[in-house]
Design a protein around this ligand. Structure first.
Ligand code: GDG
Length: 473
């Protein structure tokens, strides 16, 4: 039995520099929690970029040694690689196209593509230093689409799984990318390609059959005498962690403070990374419409909005940040009173205890992305509602809407519908809240993060088994 190697652009760790001394702390992300059960087992490893650009070999070695103790292996990126491969190709080509923002936000710079290819090769070289035939390799996300085939060329028999955390677009959109064939060929190096939803699977299969073109039967592709399976594995969260966080003294203390400040209002929560795909501006429009056309809610509702800075060197993100600042400023200037502020806006990341206190006290969570692979915030809100109350308003464009059908499901472009959903949510009788929330909590706990990891891993071994059976026929 070989070992398992996890690969993602970022390692699940935060590295802090202090006068040439590097300190490491574990990251709290959902992926890190879920995959912790795998990479922390004997002999298994996780390969990725540690999140800092370090050119000095002695510093690289110092970080590598510390990572080694955590079963983590670094791939170092230069500043130029970071700019071109990560901010360039990954975040100004793949991210917008895959989220259906192709025309407005995409520039197809050949140098971005060159770096994307060379960084994927760089990852391959580090993988090859550690991988052996018989190993299982699980590659994550859109930054590493070429990696499955690059590894396959060198290690034909190794087992490779690939999971895409963002949506896969329709083939009409995907084919806009000048390097679409190379990207598909890269993904097809895997044995199993996983997505959050069946729609993503369908879109991927239609790109493969139209663009490559290759034979596709049901969810199986025949590719160079191998088969590749595409399947949906909706990602879950560690729901127990979010439920038990609400019981911690620090969280309860913060929750009491929030309740005190917002004692006379219905608190609506909005939490996202800064990203145009998250629908923050449309959400603000819906809230503004509520205050404008339904003045009875002025002074009765408040929007608590956390926007976590992200990719803030990319021009479109800087612009979005300015637009949000301006919109929030306008709404607050227009509607605030001496003792009430409509929007409590924070442009920063908050500690997990604050996040939990907000999840457990907000009467409504407003999660309205324009397009989202899954969206974990809505699942975390549900997991934190240990009293079974609260209302989730969820965009139908989030992968999570396929599972969380007891939420109030809205089209984020329809600001009137979103406004109406807010009204329905703040007036929802407790009994209806509880009926819906119990169902939501059931879905979130049944399909949690360990269920996701186990399902993907067993899908991967089944695919390999199927391939071997076909080869011996
Ligand atoms: C990508 C896909 C898919 C947020 N603010 C704070 C904070 N967070 C944490 C949340 C949540 C995570 O960040 C955000 O996850 P999402 O799933 O909502 O969104 P993306 O970052 O875009 O993730 C997405 C996901 O990958 C997994 O496959 O669901 O569709 O786009 O866990 O809790 N955490 C802390 N402070 C904050 O201020 N501590």
């Amino acid at each position: 039995m070989g070992k398992t190697i996890i690969i993602s652009n970022r390692l699940p760790v935060k590295v802090k520099e202090n006068n040439g001394n590097y300190e490491l702390s574990a990251s709290e992300g959902g992926l890190a929690t879920g995959l912790g059960t795998i990479y922390k087992q004997d002999g298994n490893i996780w390969i990725g970029w540690p999140g800092v650009t370090v050119d000095e070999p002695a510093h690289q070695e110092q970080i590598a040694n510390k990572l080694h103790d955590l079963s983590l292996v670094p791939v170092y990126l230069t500043q130029e690689e970071y700019n071109e491969y990560y901010e360039g190709f990954s975040n100004t080509v793949l991210w917008p196209v895959f989220h259906y923002y192709a025309s407005t936000y995409t520039t197809y710079k050949p140098s971005n593509w060159d770096y994307y290819r060379s960084v994927n090769h760089k990852f391959r070289d580090v993988v090859l230093e550690h991988a052996q035939p018989g190993d299982t390799i699980w590659i994550h996300d859109y930054q590493l689409l070429l990696l499955p085939a690059l590894i396959r060329q060198q290690l034909p028999d190794v087992t490779i799984g690939f999971f895409l955390h963002i949506p896969f677009p329709s083939q009409e959109m995907f084919r806009l990318i000048p390097w679409r064939m190379e990207l598909l060929k890269g993904m097809l190096g895997a044995d199993l390609v996983g997505f959050h939803t069946f729609d993503d699977v369908r879109h991927f299969l239609s790109s493969v059959s139209r663009i490559m073109p290759m034979q596709v039967s049901s969810n199986t592709i025949t590719c160079d005498e191998r088969i590749v399976v595409a399947e949906a594995y909706p990602m879950g969260i560690d729901e127990q962690k979010y439920a038990s966080l609400t019981q911690e003294p620090e969280v309860q203390h913060q929750a009491e403070q929030i309740k005190l400040v917002f004692k006379d209002v219905n608190l609506i929560l909005s939490i996202d990374r800064l990203d145009y795909s998250k629908g923050i501006l449309h959400r603000l429009q819906a809230f503004e419409l509520l205050l404008k056309e339904n003045p009875e809610y002025v002074g009765k509702v408040a929007l608590y909005m956390v926007v976590v800075p992200s990719r803030d060197q990319v021009p479109q993100y800087m612009e979005l940040h300015n637009q949000i600042d301006k919109k929030v400023g306008n709404i607050n200037a227009m509607y605030r009173t001496m003792d009430w502020t409509p929007i409590h806006y924070y442009y920063r990341s908050v500690p997990i205890e604050t996040l939990s206190a907000l999840y457990s006290t907000a009467d409504v969570a407003l999660v309205t992305p324009m397009r989202d692979g899954m969206n974990l915030v809505c699942k975390e809100y549900v997991a934190s509602r240990t009293n079974n109350d609260g209302v989730l308003i969820l965009s139908e464009m989030a992968g999570a809407s396929r599972e969380l059908i007891d939420a109030l499901i809205v089209n984020p472009n329809n600001v009137i519908q979103v406004r109406d959903a807010i009204i329905q949510a703040v007036n929802m009788p407790l009994q209806e809240q509880q009926t819906r929330m119990k169902q939501l909590r059931h879905a979130v706990s049944k399909f949690n993060i360990s269920h996701w990891v186990n399902l993907f891993m067993s899908g991967l071994s089944e695919t390999k088994f199927l391939q071997r059976a076909m080869q011996t026929r």
